[in-house]
Design a protein around this ligand. Sequence first.
Ligand code: ZN
Length: 265
Amino acid sequence: MDIVVIKDHEKHFHPGHPESPRRVDWILEEIKEKPKLWEKGDEELVKALHDPRYVEAVKSFVGWLDPDTYVTSYTYEVAVRAFTAAVEAEENSFVLTRPPGHHAERNRGMGFCIFNNTAGAAFFREEKVGILDVDAHHGNGTEDLLPENAVYASVHMGAGYPGTGKESDERRFNVPVYHPLTDGEFLRFLEKAFRFFKERGVEFIVLSLGFDGLYTDPLSYFSLTPKVFFHLGRKLREWSWVAVLEGGYSPLIGEAARNFVEGVE
Ligand SMILES: [Zn+2]
């Protein structure tokens, strides 16, 4: 498997903000593999999924898209590159996308997210895709953009941000949780999610890999431990997949990412 780092991601930075370049450092300090540096950015790919007017607006903007989501003079370039990496990385890659993506909707960024890397990773594939979102927050943007060839499964906090993800249907399996989610409950969710995918003929997994469900995370009330991500990795071994980094804001994300990599190898 490849670990992919986005070139110049550290230039997308705002002092004191939890979505910081340190997150990638925490992961790379724990993972033994040498990462590949991703340089290519293709804004036409982004415009194929997002509203081109929104994409152009971000290009010429510096400031805040909402009270949580900063845009610096480097953000557009880095976000396009992250999106491109999610789309074009080889199968079985873990792409350390910054900025993250799963809250970004067709015509607006929010929740630290500019462009939806996860939806992009699914949109351009020929196969039937199962998007597995294990971030502690619901992927409202991924649902908004859900490509025709994809179905979506998510376990997330039912209370708090962004407030979506209460309904399920033929293409969406949403599990809102209102208490501190345990490893055992997380593993039972995974069983159900993969059953949901198999029943719908899924051939490829896009993993929306947030680590903010860890018990140490400042932005969630879940209580996962790093070792549960080993089991998540193990489950992926029977599939072709790409993993895209979402949230996770405590140093323990390094150990969780290492466990994931060990599980999938
Ligand atoms: Zn999150």
